[in-house]
Structures are given as structure tokens and as C-alpha cells.
Design a protein around this ligand. Structure first.
Ligand code: APR
Length: 366
């Protein structure tokens, strides 16, 4: 995935270049500037002294010295003065100038901190949006792996209302699934019996329970029932749910593969291949693998990223996932959050990632 949003200490990253949120003197300071100078050693300061400073919105490159990366790109972000003094344009210029330098030095990978969002006071959510917009704009034209390093959770805040709305949606869906399973006294054969819906299993138990609920085969002779995992054999509501699912599943599975379905959907949506995989934040090499191998099986995250990029409906998403052997499960918060955004027609990958991040889930495109 060309743009990865990660939580890490930028001085630890081994990519080709890391970007420093410096000040105009380039002689070090606090925050990420201080951390980089400390980890790079005195050699970095000596080299910076020869650069003669740097203007806001511009960028200059040095060696990595004692850091694990090859280069450090120093850029000076704007100080936040209310947002009416060209701060946004200056911040955009920091990302563009730094990416240009990385390109000129043939970097395959570069890591950014959230420039200006610390000491310089740029509101984190706005700083994140500027960063993401500039980086994705660059990645449409260029192949590079770009990390956006979010150092503290406060950098990735979704609005309280959205958070509460998603939390309620999760509770609602999560309850349904766990409402169906209740673990009784294990009788030694691992049998669990559906005795009514009161207790909500802890997530890890319910995930195991949901995973073991193999599709209920309508053709299963009574004698076969004991071969199905106990959960499916003994719960009344779940088999109905999985029976519908397995019938549809059986009917659909005999035709096209994931790769064929994906290419068909791209055509149906009138998109080009590159527009689709860029929007899905999938790199070109992975896409050409999917395109050339009709039986290629992507990860669930990649399949979902394509569904979001193609702005598929929930049913179309389930269909596409099914081709890759996956299903959206109500015992996975990640899946429920994806369902939340799709059912509301919101396919903005970065708003989805902000929500996934807020609920401690893996991010799309990571
Ligand atoms: N790794 C990744 N990100 C980090 C790290 C780290 N080790 N340390 C801090 N950050 C994050 C902060 O959480 C913030 O989100 O980097 C972002 C930028 O914050 P600052 O480092 O304060 O930079 P900035 O807001 O651009 O202010 C620059 O601060 O340190 C001084 O000399 C610097 O005067 C300059 C000013």
C-alpha cells in the first residue's frame, strides 16, 4: 500500500528518508526535531550548519548519520496563527518540497511526521488532512512508499459525534451476533448449546464461535449434524442465517474468480485500472499480480480496499469478498465499521481509517 499510516517513532524507521519538522535555523529544537538530532548524533548538526537555514515551506536534505535511514529531509512548517495567514498553503508546500527532494534522490520510501501539529500548533485533524491530500496527490503520479507517522493518538481524532455514532452501530451489530451464542457448562465434548440469548460472549470467544460456525449445509443428513461444529449444530437462529448465506454462497461461487469480478467491476464503474488501485491505496505490483493470476487470492483488507475504491454497495461488497473467500462478519469490529461507512455511502478511505484508528483496528491500506 503506497501510503501507510503508522504509529511509531520516526527515528526508528529504516526507510530511505525521514522528514524532520525543523525550525528555520535547522540547528535542532524539541519535538521530532530534537528526537532526530539526538538519534543522528553530532554529525547531523555539523552538516546542518553548512545549509544556512531553511525558509518556511521549503525543504533541505542531509545524510542520515547515526539514524537507520539514508537521508533526513528538513522542512519548516508554518506556525498556526488562526488559519487565515496562508498556513495551509505553506504546509502543503512542505510536503511537496520534501517529496520532490525524495524523488530527486531516488528514494523508494519516505516517512513524514505530522508537520506543524506539535509546537507549531496546527490543529491535528487539519494537519492530517493536508498531509494525506498532498501525499495521495503525489502518489497518483509517482511510485513511492510513504509512511505518515502518527506519534500520539490525539493526532488522529474523529469527531465525538461520529465516534459515538459508530460505537452505537458496533454495539447494535455486535450484540446481534453475541446475542445468538451462549456458552453453557462445557460437558467435556466441547458441546455448546443454544439456550437463549442473554449473555454476550467476550469478543475473542465470540470470534472463535463465529468462525467455527461453518455454513449450515441444507443437504446435511441428520446424522451429519454432529460433524458440524457444535455451535452450528445446536443454535437455531445461526443456522437459518448461515443456511441463507450458504445457499447464496453455493449459487454464486461457481462463476467468476475475485480477479475476474474485480476487473469486471472496474469496467462497470468506468474506472481505469490505475485509478482504481491508486484509490484503493494498492501498489501497482500487487495489482498486476491480481490482474495476471485469475486465481489470485488477496487479503481481506485488500479486497475491502477495492470495494471501497469502487464504491460498491454492501451486497456488491459481500459478493466481491465472497470471491476471495471472505465474508463481512458481525463479530469483527473492523468489518462492522466498514459496513457502517458503506451503508452510509461514505467511501473516504481516510475518514474510514480515522474511525478504524479510533477503535484500535488495523487501518485500510496498512
Ligand atoms: N516520531 C514521530 N513523530 C513525532 C516524534 C517522533 N519521535 N516526536 C514528536 N512527533 C510528532 C508530534 O507528536 C507532532 O505530531 O511530530 C509532530 C510534529 O510536532 P513537532 O515536533 O513539535 O514539530 P512542529 O509542530 O512542526 O514544530 C516545529 O518544534 O521541535 C521544534 O525545532 C522544532 O521549532 C521547531 C518546532
Amino acid at each position: 500500500m503506497p501510503l501507510q499510516i503508522i504509529r511509531n517513532d520516526i527515528t526508528k524507521l529504516t526507510c530511505d528518508a525521514i522528514v524532520n519538522a525543523a525550525n528555520p535555523s535547522l540547528l535542532g529544537g524539541g519535538g521530532v526535531d530534537g528526537a532526530i538530532h539526538k538519534a543522528a548524533g553530532k554529525g547531523l548538526l555539523r552538516e546542518c550548519r553548512k545549509l544556512g537555514g531553511c525558509k518556511t515551506g521549503q525543504a533541505k536534505l542531509t545524510g542520515g548519520h547515526d539514524l537507520p535511514c539514508k537521508y533526513v529531509i528538513h522542512t519548516v512548517g508554518p506556525k498556526w496563527r488562526g488559519g487565515q495567514n496562508g498556513e495551509r498553503e505553506q504546509l502543503q508546500s512542505c510536503y511537496r518540497a520534501s517529496l520532490r527532494l525524495a524523488l530527486e534522490h531516488e528514494c523508494q520510501s519516505v516517512a513524514f511526521p505530522l508537520i506543524s501539529s506539535g509546537v507549531y500548533g496546527y490543529p491535528k485533524e487539519q494537519a492530517l488532512k493536508v498531509a494525506v491530500d498532498c501525499i495521495t496527490e503525489f502518489l497518483i503520479e509517482h511510485d513511492m512508499l510513504v509512511y505518515l507517522v502518527v506519534f500520539d493518538k490525539s493526532s488522529f481524532q474523529i469527531s465525538e459525534k461520529l465516534f459515538a455514532d459508530i460505537a452505537a452501530f458496533i454495539d447494535d451489530k455486535y450484540v446481534d451476533t453475541h446475542f445468538l451464542f451462549r456458552r453453557t457448562q462445557q460437558d467435556g465434548r466441547g458441546e455448546s448449546t443454544f439456550v437463549g440469548a442473554t449473555e454476550i460472549l467476550p469478543p475473542q470467544e465470540s470470534e472463535r464461535a463465529a468462525r467455527s460456525a461453518e455454513p449450515f449445509r441444507e443437504d446435511a443428513a441428520p446424522s451429519d449434524l454432529h460433524k458440524l461444529p457444535p455451535v452450528a449444530a445446536k443454535t437455531t437462529a445461526a443456522p437459518m442465517q448461515t443456511m441463507e448465506f450458504s445457499l447464496a454462497d453455493a449459487l454464486r461461487r461457481e462463476d467468476e474468480s475475485f480477479s475476474q469480478a474485480l476487473l469486471r467491476k472496474i469496467d462497470e464503474k468506468g474506472m481505469t485500472d490505475s485509478a482504481c488501485y491508486k484509490k484503493a491505496n494498492v501498489d501497482r505490483k500487487l495489482f498486476s499480480k491480481i490482474r495476471s493470476d485469475v486465481h489470485y487470492h488477496p487479503s481481506k483488507q485488500t479486497a475491502i480496499a477495492f470495494a471501497i475504491a469502487l464504491e460498491l454497495s454492501l451486497d456488491e461488497t459481500k459478493d466481491l469478498l465472497l470471491k476471495a473467500g471472505f465474508a463481512l462478519s458481525h463479530s469483527s469490529k473492523f468489518d462492522i465499521i466498514i459496513e457502517y461507512f458503506i451503508t452510509r455511502g461514505n467511501y473516504n478511505v481516510f475518514e474510514i481509517n480515522e474511525a478504524l484508528f479510533a477503535f484500535d483496528q488495523a487501518l485500510l491500506g496498512v
